[in-house]
Design a protein around this ligand. Structure first.
Ligand code: SAM
Ligand code: DTB
Ligand code: SF4
Length: 352
């Protein structure tokens, strides 16, 4: 469903509005977020994706949060691009534990002409296994984007990370405008967008609001919005960053849910540092996607069986497949159209 063609999404948020939402009394905010969530999703389904680092470390970019940047010494073993067969074996393992999407990440500024054919083979192979495919490879040009779309790539992950104003404090080797350009190529090639950001880098509430405003005011909302809690890795410039108040993190998820009602909001990196109560609060706030499997790209994630136990205790089931969500979205949009028509009928009857 093209999000810009439905009456549910808004693309003209102001900073004042978003800041006010982030600062609402907690209970009011969670209530609104859960109400919005239930209008568009089954509140007891969470989408599960598994990550794999297909090329690790020695990245030329200087993202201050990232253990894979070649600018910092984090003691990470650098690896070349993984063999296609090995990637497919890992995808099969992810499928076997119940993951429906396989997200492959490379520590590149952008894919090279030499590497792209292998990456395309990975997409085709994972797709043939019946999983949704996602890649995050850095900046793309239009030709590369089209090649990925032609290979059958479903999602491209490229995060805005923070507000345009704070961005320069975190990354100097790639501009915000370049990120937006890559996202526009992905959209134009007909792929789905996964784009979100990180909390805990020293940003202000206005920066958090600014990030959400950028995402929600795109011509179409990203279908997937990952909200990461900074994983503080020794050797990165942010290793001693101040902790985020857990309630403020939940607020961010809730406001993302309200602003982008048809998107999957992902409780992304940082879950290993969260207790089960906090994760359940995240689902209550409308988060409905997680990374599943014991590793993110280079850092840890909860064990799969621990996640399934938590799901069981909360009565949550992994979401079967995106198409299912599309059906729910379609029904919600039809419902909204009927409500809109009924309220205008009511208006006509009352005034004429
Ligand atoms: N190199 C590609 C790029 O940056 O576009 C793809 C991989 S990169 C690791 C994907 C995203 O992971 C980043 O944009 C950032 O939001 C998130 N990330 C990286 N390191 C993180 C950390 N230490 N804690 C939380 N999120 C992190
Ligand atoms: C996203 O927003 N978070 C994921 C994924 N997209 C690629 C990556 C998290 C990385 C956390 C640090 C690490 O494991 O290296
Ligand atoms: Fe490289 Fe991506 Fe890490 Fe930035 S976030 S240093 S681009 S791997």
């Amino acid at each position: 469903m093209n999000a810009s063609l439905n009456p549910v999404t808004r693309h003209n948020w102001t900073l004042a509005e978003v800041t006010a939402l982030l600062q609402q009394p907690f209970n009011d905010l969670i209530f609104t977020a859960q109400t919005v969530h239930r209008q568009h999703f089954n509140a007891n389904r969470v989408q599960v994706s598994t990550l794999l680092s297909i090329k690790t470390g020695a990245c030329p970019e200087d993202c201050k949060y990232c253990p894979q940047s070649g600018h910092y010494n984090t003691g990470l073993d650098k690896e070349k691009l993984m063999e296609v067969q090995k990637v497919l074996e890992e995808a099969q393992r992810a499928k076997d534990i119940g993951s429906t999407r396989f997200c492959m990440g490379a520590a590149w500024k952008h894919p090279s002409a030499k590497d792209l054919p292998y990456v395309l083979e990975m997409v085709k192979g994972v797709k043939a296994m019946g999983m949704e495919t996602c890649m995050t490879l850095g900046k793309l040009d239009q030709e590369q984007t089209q090649a990925l779309a032609d290979a059958g790539l479903d999602y491209y992950n490229h995060n805005l990370d923070t507000s345009p104003e704070f961005y320069g404090n975190i990354i100097t080797t790639r501009t915000y405008a370049q990120r937006l350009e890559t996202l526009s190529y992905v959209r134009d090639a007909g792929m789905k967008i996964c784009s979100g950001g990180i909390l805990g880098m020293g940003e202000s509430i206005a920066d958090r609001a600014g990030l959400l405003m950028q995402l929600a005011n795109l011509p179409e909302h990203p279908e997937s919005v990952p909200i990461n809690m900074l994983v503080k890795v020794a050797g990165t410039p942010l290793e001693n960053a101040e902790d985020v108040d857990p309630f403020d993190f939940i607020r961010m998820l809730a406001v993302a849910r309200i602003m982008m009602p048809l998107s999957h909001v992902r409780l992304s990196a940082g879950r290993e540092q969260m207790n089960e109560q906090m994760q359940s609060l995240a689902f209550l706030a409308g988060a409905n996607s997680i990374f599943y499997g014991e590793k993110l790209l280079t850092t840890g994630n909860p064990q799969a069986d621990k996640d399934m136990q938590l799901f069981e205790r909360l009565g949550i089931k992994p979401e079967a497949h995106e198409e299912y969500a599309d059906e729910v979205h379609q029904a919600a949009i039809e419902h909204a159209l009927i409500e809109q028509r009924d309220s205008s009928l009511f208006y006509d009857a009352a005034t004429h």
